[in-house]
Design a protein. Sequence first.
Length: 433
Amino acid sequence: MLIWVGLTNNELTGLNHTGVLHIAPTRGQLRAFQGDSLLFTADSVKVSPGLVLVAAGKRYQASAPVVFKSDCGRFQISSLRRAGIAQPVYEGNLRVHSASRGLRLSLELSLDSYMQGVLAAEMPASYHAEALKGQALCARTYALRPRLPHDQDLVNVCDSYLCCQYFAGHGANLDPRIKAAIESTAGQVLVYDEKPILALFSSNAGGHTENYENCFSDPVTGAFPPSPLPYLKGVPEGNYPGLKAPVGSEQFLAYLYSNSGLGTKLCADNWSPKFHFHHRITADSLEAHLHHNIEKLMDDRESAPYVIPPAGSGRGRFGHIKRFQVLKRGVSGVAIELAIETNLGQWRVQKELLIRKVFANPDAGIKRLNSARIFFQQKYDKLGLLAGLDVSGLGFGHGVGFQQQGAQGLALAGMNYKQILSHYFLGARIAQY
Ligand SMILES: [Zn+2]
């Protein structure tokens, strides 16, 4: 089976490329086709917006998408940057076409080849074979059913972890353990009601996974919350010895955080440093950054409806911060509505990803919080003014569906990939596509 993958820009935020692309095969020559006709053969090519190609000292103005094929089946785009990878190498054929705001790049390759790149980028090859197989099924199923439809982009999926699953090309050598995970589960996908499931996954769920509808919007209408998905329900990752508080409460999060020394006796994903985090932010620093973060969210068409100012206030009038409070939590304790009390009234921010972004703070080294499974300790000075905030949290990522570090914990405890997948995707079954 072949798949089309949209290659995003260097920030992984969109499919438009506005700069000049440098494309070269890793060995041999590159052939450029427009339709069925060969435009040229060359060692490398530069492609500029407007679909102007320069190769071997000659200039070509293409009027339709150009497909590049490499002699060795692999090529590099030296103008493309991917975090942690010196120079991504891609397998397959590359289609470049003109868009209103630059160029678009789509890679055509086999599903297995795509999965090799996804697994290499998404999970360390040193993980247990059963965890790798679980990830392989998630990756294969996701390719068949991405969260956001990419039909209008003329691709099946994109390569960004901000939208789909991370695909950063192919390394020089494929790790045999990744190859084995893909081959030993060949053709297997997860289905519910005979259709591929939405196989969401994250890095570390911090002791409990979360319901789909508490973290994501409807991919078509944008409505939040969307209709629940029966197989994407939060599940416990352990027996929580000595827990007195209700699961999902703020006290539950404090219990997980303070008992992290118990390791996997506490829960399956509590072996990783990503299990918990902590930040201390001064009131001055909060005042300096938080209202900018809020304004940034209000500037964005997608996030603006989820930032609710106090009556009579709005842009440019934020007020002095007095207190933070989580008004609504999901089944795992994830914050889905945050209140920020100021002297001008109460601001509210909804949705876990936006709540994570609200706390972006260069002084505290926060780009965005690792997760929204957070609880606060607030410090006040003698005058009763906020002096500082401690944010403690669990996990890394949205925590919906399969979690990689929990899968590793469960595999080490003796579960096979089928048991692991039925733990994370309730009622889903494995089928051959
Ligand atoms: Zn995507």
